[in-house]
Every structure is written in C-alpha cells, then in structure tokens.
Design a binder for this molecule. Structure first.
Ligand SMILES: Nc1ncnc2c1ncn2[C@@H]1O[C@H](COP(=O)(O)OP(=O)(O)OP(=O)(O)O)[C@@H](O)[C@H]1O
Ligand SMILES: [Mg+2]
Length: 500
C-alpha cells in the first residue's frame, strides 16, 4: 500500500468557543478538597510558608480566599498565569515545582465558583486580574479584567511585601442549592470547608513537618496540624528500610510501614489515622509527588484491602520528572503505575502479606499450644476452621471434679453448647465492619480467681517455674485482657501456698 504523504490539505479555524470551553473546564472532577489542594500547591511552589484559607459566608455574596506569603508575581506574569494552559506540560520543571499543566489555578477555581480573582504582590507591587465566567458567557471571548484598585478587594490588606491571594466569588457550586437561604448556605459552605480540612492536613503533611521553615496552614485563623499517615513519631510503628528503584527519569523510593496495633495508641490518635473511611480502607500505597501526597489508601489493584494487611501502609516517593510515565492528571489526584514499578511493588506486597501471615500463624500457634492452656481450641480439618471450648482446661476440670459424678456430663454438655452456638455470622459481620470494637467480655474477680488458681496449680504440678507460667498466661485470655488483676492473683496464690 502506498501512503500518499503529499495529500493536499486546507486549514480551517477551530478556535475553541470560550463560553463553552470555560464551562467544560469546571467539570473535570474536582471536589472542594482537591481544588483547595491545587491552589495550595501553587503557594508552596511559590515558596510560601504560611497559607491561610479564609471564608466569609454570612454575607450576601459569600467569598472564599486563599492567602499566601510566597514570592508573588508581576502583572505581566499574572496575565500569563491567568491563561488556561499557561505552561506546556511537556516542559521540564524545577524539582520543587508542584505544577505541570498550567491549568490548575483556573480549573480548580472554576470547579467551585464563577468568579476568580488573583491578587498578587511582588516586592511591594500589587496587581490583580479577574476571570468572570458570566462575562465570558456573554462575550464569548478569552478576556480577563485587570483591577485598578486591588487594595480594596476583600483581605487584600492582609498581603505582606510579597504574596498572593486567590478569591473565589459567585460560589454556585458550594452553596448546596441554598442560594436564597443565607443561614443555611453559610452552614453548608462552612461544613464543606471543614470536611476539606483533613485532606489538606494529610496531603501537605510533609511540608508542615519540615524541620526548616515548615508550612503553616491555617483555616480562618486556626492553625491546622499535619496528619502523618505513617505515625512515624509513635514508638510502636515499624518502618522497613527504604528501597530505591532507579528509573530513567529519576528514582522511586519505597518504604513499607506497619502501624501500631490500635491498643498501643489512644482512640483519638487511632481514629485520626484511620480517618472517616476507617483503617481497612486507608491501608495501601501512599504516593507522593515532590513530597505532596497525591493518592492514598489503594493497593493499585495489586491485592485486596484485607484485615490481614490493615496496618500496612507503603510510602512511594516520585519526583515531578516522571509525570508522563505515571500519567499524572491535572488535579494531581490520579496516577497509573508504570509496569516496572508495578513488578517491584508486587514483590513488596508479597513480603508484606508473608509477614502478616506469619504473625497470624504465630498467634494461631499460641492458641493451640497445650502448655499455654487456652480456653478455646482452634481446630483445622477438612478445609474448615472450628473453635471449640477446651474442656480439658483446669478451670473446667477442677470444677467438674467438685461436682457430684452424676452432674458432670451435664456440665460438659453445657460447655459444648456454648461452643456450638458461637455466633459466627454476627462475629463475621462485626469484624468486617469495626473489628477494633469487638472484644471478649470482661470477667469478674471471682471468675478470674477461679481460672488463675486452677491453671496455676496445674502448671506448677507440671514443674514450670513461676516466671515461665507468668509469661504463658500473659498470652492467653482471659488473663491477657485482665493482666494487672491476674498478676496480683498469681502472687496471692503463690503466697498462700507458701504459707501453708
Ligand atoms: N500562589 C501563587 N504564587 C505565585 N504564583 C502563582 C500562584 N498561583 C499561581 N501562580 C502562577 O500561576 C501559574 C499558573 O498556575 P496554574 O496552577 O494554573 O498552573 P501550574 O501550577 O503551572 O500547573 P498545574 O496546572 O499543574 O497546576 C503558575 O505557574 C505560577 O506561575
Ligand atoms: Mg498549579
């Protein structure tokens, strides 16, 4: 076949219709939180160390502002920056630059409002420009307004020697449909901003934790605290060594972390780490681009989010030079794994699930280890797993011996009945929903005394020393969960035997 490369062509004008395209820019999938993060990205890139999110919601025309103390830009730079597609995504960028497409400020803002004003000050010189979608709708022209008196705009007086203030007005997307009910509208906007707060604390936590000049993020004057999804400052967090995967456009750094068990931290700290979605959904890879978190809580389809790996979180760090390979999107909220990284991550995952399974098996062994005298047996046979009360446990046998012989079979029948009616379905449902809230019933002092005494005596008969017995009991319930009382009862029993 011959390709006719010399085919004659004509050209025709295909300039986009401003009114139509600018409306289209609104709906590329931003939420308030991703939109705010995109604006904060620009501030961080401009070297800001203080970024304040401001809102005035009780007035007739509510306004949201994002104020930074970064480098600011000149009027000429501002005019260029207002253009959708102000930079070519194929251009190389400095490594701390969080941008790529020359689009974010516009698309993020339009996703939330119909009027965007950028007021910026560079070494004392102030300028401001406005994109008003209603004006574009009327004129159908890509035309911005330059403000002659920027100092009069809301919060403009708060700009320092240099810095930038982004204003969102005509907040049609934020009002939740309550455009005529001022009080309700204010409530909706405030509520949405508060919901976005967690996202910002998480997405920028590395900048907020930097030892030198940390980023200070404020929401209406309130300083936000970073959320470290790896709880690195917690003593019980286990962090594997970092591995570096060198690629053509830079290195990918990978580090697996196992979070502390929920019992090792306060409920508040545990809940904050899990977030509204909970720990099951928050496990997975945490992908950072230039230290900014872009995706989290997913295994990228490489494995399921299971109870077994619930405490595992894997940090992946990539530089902005790999955007094309990772297919980073404008919102910086989606990416795809390059095949070579996918293969390496599969290996990381194999290691993680092996480790988790080993811990699980170890627990299983403890449960079936005869010398530890468990109250329950875990029996695996014919592909089934059954839990059965250990009727040979001294707490049961000792009591049975104290019964008249005729009553003993009925006593063991009662115990079997408890075992056979273990509410498996309910347990399963509860464990799938909120496993950390499921726990064994607490035992009262009398029951504990009876169980400790009978177990202790039997173990002493088997010639175990007190230290070994103590460590054995510490691992099994009900002693483990009432350990302080158990230790005291052991001591009292030993003392009583010694004084006999
Ligand atoms: N807070 C700010 N301080 C200083 N300059 C800013 C600020 N916000 C935006 N700019 C300027 O405006 C330009 C356009 O920003 P925009 O977010 O639209 O694109 P980008 O950051 O270059 O790329 P991306 O689309 O990936 O975000 C930036 O490149 C920057 O020069
Ligand atoms: Mg940007």
């Amino acid at each position: 076949m011959r390709v006719n490369s010399a085919a004659k062509m004509r050209s025709a004008d295909a300039t986009p219709h401003a009114a139509a395209l600018i409306e289209g820019l609104r709906d590329i999938g931003y939420s308030l939180e991703t939109a705010l993060a995109d604006i904060v990205d620009n501030a961080v890139t401009a070297d800001a160390h203080r970024v304040e999110i401001l809102s005035e919601t009780t007035v007739d025309e509510p306004v949201v502002g994002i104020l930074d103390d970064g480098k600011g830009i000149t009027e000429a730079e501002l005019i260029a920056a207002m253009r959708p597609g102000s930079r070519n995504p194929l251009d190389a960028r400095d490594s701390p630059d969080l941008g790529r497409f020359g689009l974010g400020m516009k698309s993020a803002s339009f996703s939330q409002c119909r009027r965007l004003t950028v007021i910026t000050k560079k070494i004392g010189l102030i300028s401001a420009a406005v994109w008003d979608m209603d004006k574009v709708a009327k004129t159908n022209r890509w035309e911005i307004d330059l403000v002659n008196d920027p100092g009069a705009l809301p919060w403009a007086h708060r700009l320092g020697e240099s810095g930038t203030l982004i204003l969102w007005e005509k907040l049609d997307r934020l009002t939740g449909g309550y455009s005529h009910d001022g009080a309700k509208r204010a409530e909706v906007i405030n509520q949405r901003i508060v919901t976005a707060e967690r996202h910002l604390r998480l997405v920028f936590h590395r900048f907020m934790e930097m030892p030198r000049k940390p980023l200070k993020l404020l929401l209406n004057g309130r300083v936000l605290k970073p959320i470290d999804p790896f709880a690195r400052s917690h003593a019980a967090t286990i962090m594997d060594p970092e591995e570096v995967l060198p690629l053509r456009n830079g290195g990918v750094v990978i580090q697996s972390t196992t979070l502390p068990h929920h019992k090792a931290m306060t409920q508040a700290a545990w809940d904050e780490l899990g977030g509204p979605e909970g720990h099951l959904k928050s496990q997975g890879f945490y992908l950072y681009r230039g230290f900014r978190l872009i995706i989290y809580g997913t295994w990228f389809g490489l494995c399921r989010q299971s109870e077994l790996t619930k405490l595992c979180r894997v940090r992946i760090d990539i530089p902005n030079s790999m955007d094309a390979a990772w297919k980073i999107d404008v919102k910086k909220s989606s990416a795809q794994l390059p095949p070579v990284v996918r293969d390496r991550l599969k290996k990381v995952l194999e290691r993680i699930s092996d480790g988790s399974r080993r811990t699980y098996r170890k627990r299983g062994q403890k449960l079936v280890d005869q010398n530890r005298m468990p109250m329950w047996h875990r029996i695996m046979a014919d592909d089934t797993i059954r839990y059965r009360p250990n009727v040979d446990h001294p707490a049961f046998t000792d009591f049975a011996e104290s019964l008249p012989e005729g009553l003993r079979p009925s006593f063991f029948n009662c115990i079997s009945l408890v075992g056979a009616s273990l509410p498996i379905d309910a347990l399963h449902a509860d464990m799938a929903g909120s496993p950390e809230q499921v726990m064994a019933d607490a035992v009262d002092e009398d029951t504990l005394v009876q169980a400790v005494q009978s177990t202790l005596v039997r173990l002493l008969e088997r010639k175990f020393d007190l230290e070994t017995i103590t460590s054995m009991l510490k691992d099994v319930d009900p002693f483990r969960s009432s350990w302080e009382a158990t230790e005291r009862i052991i001591q009292e029993t030993v003392d009583a035997r010694a004084s006999k």
